[in-house]
Each structure stands twice: as structure tokens, then as C-alpha cells.
Design a protein around this ligand. Sequence first.
Ligand SMILES: Nc1ncnc2c1ncn2[C@@H]1O[C@H](COP(=O)(O)OP(=O)(O)O)[C@@H](O)[C@H]1O
Ligand SMILES: [Mg+2]
Length: 261
Amino acid sequence: MAGGLTLQDVSLRFGGVTVLQDVGFAVEPGQILGLVGPNGAGKTSLFNCISGHYRPTSGRVLIDGAEVQGARPATLAKHGLARTFQHPALQLRATVLENVLLGAHTRLPGGALEWAFRTPRTRRAERELRAEALALLERNGLGWAAHLPADELSHGLHKGVELCRALLMRPSLLLLDEPAAGLSHGEVEQLITTVRRLRTDDDITVVVVEHHMGLIAALTDRVVVLDHGAKLMEGTAAEAQSDPRVIEAYIGKDAAADDAA
Ligand SMILES: Nc1ncnc2c1ncn2[C@@H]1O[C@H](COP(=O)(O)OP(=O)(O)O)[C@@H](O)[C@H]1O
Ligand SMILES: [Mg+2]
């Protein structure tokens, strides 16, 4: 089974600013790992280091044992990696279906030249991708919206569209950055069911950044807590929630914000 992820001593610095300091953990294939921590802890930056949007200053990122730190997102897609973003950036004038298809050309056979000439093989593959994208939208309750411009959908539904886009890459490893932010209670319940199915039906390994502790507790096998760019602890969601260091990290953040106010 694919989708294993290992981080070893990942550090990230921008000039004099240390964003990540020697972060290490492993996710076994088929696991759901929660990545939590106060705002500014470095969670999104860590995702960026895994997904090729940032190159770690030092340390190693391995997917199924292959070193991938510094690789480009397109290369990482070939290793089975897909992600969603904290702030989905859809093409608002394009339809929902077109948005789901964005980026999926990497799954077409051949290369850029063949795609440009739209050979019969390319066109057949495009039709198959479209059908698959529609099926994904249906499965996620968005079939009705497939041909609407994306800007007619709510923020919560944009997150669903983005998830479909990531799933069309047929990932074995999926990174979700705050998928529940801005969702209604009912939408969060639906999301929990969806992510559970990704594991049981599709064998997808999931790393999820989320502040919604109900979702983290319901979904994850383990959590890693980040604070100030470093790993504070690793354990079950229940262990994290009762760990004095974790409580301190969150409260300290509030106190610091109060001081600044
Ligand atoms: N490109 C960048 N240049 C400088 N600082 C950055 C950059 N990206 C992230 N940071 C800094 O890294 C820290 C962690 O940010 P982020 O990873 O977004 O945290 P989180 O997702 O946990 O809220 C913040 O202080 C942020 O300003
Ligand atoms: Mg973030």
C-alpha cells in the first residue's frame, strides 16, 4: 500500500526568520494524521515543504521511501501527492467542472506536444477525465453545480470543489489544510464522513491541518502538535487535548495577543 510519508529534521528559514525547526514524524500508509497548533505555528509552511511549494532549508521529506524534498509539485503528483489549500483559489468565472479538471492534464497520456495536437488518444483520455470529474462531484454532493460558474457557490462549497480537484489526481497521500474552516455544522459532519471514506474505500493516507477539535478527534489516528515551528508533542487527539504543554501553547498565544492589544 502506498501513501507513506516521513519527515526528518525539516527546517525552513527565510532570511533570519526560522519558520520550522527540525520537524520529524512519520505517517504510515492508510493512517489519518492530524497536524494542529496555534495560528502561525508553521502548519501551512510544513505542508508547503511537503508539496514542493517551499524547499526546506534542511532536512528530508520521503514519500514511500523516496526522497522528494525540493521536488516540484508536478513531480510530487507522480509520487501520489495531492493537497488542498487553506484559502482555495478557484477560477471564479470557470465552471465548477472546469475547476476540478485544472491540473489533471498531468494524468493524460503522452506529453505537452501530444496534448497540444489533441490526438484521438488525448481526446479519449480527456473524455474519461471529465466523466471521472463529474462522478467525483456527484459523490461529494456537488453534481448539481458542475456547470455553474464557481463564483455562484458558497465558500463551503468551494472547499468541496477543491477536494474533488485534489481527488481527481488519484492521490495515495492527501494533505488537507483547514478543510472545515468556514463550514457549517452539517457540512463538517459531511466532511468527516467523506474523509473516512477516503481511507476505507480509496486507501488514501491523509494529513489534515484543522482547528476543529471535534473533527480531529473523530478522524485521526494520531496528532502532531506544532508550536513556534517545532514539534511540541505527538500522540492521540485525547492525549494532545489534555497535554499541559499543548494547553499552554494555545493559552500563551491568547495571552500574547492580549498583551499586544
Ligand atoms: N514566504 C514566507 N516568508 C516569510 N515568512 C513566512 C513565509 N511563509 C510563512 N512565513 C511565516 O511562517 C510562520 C508560520 O506561518 P504558517 O505556516 O502560515 O502558520 P500556520 O499555518 O500554522 O498558521 C508565520 O510567522 C509566517 O509569517
Ligand atoms: Mg495555515
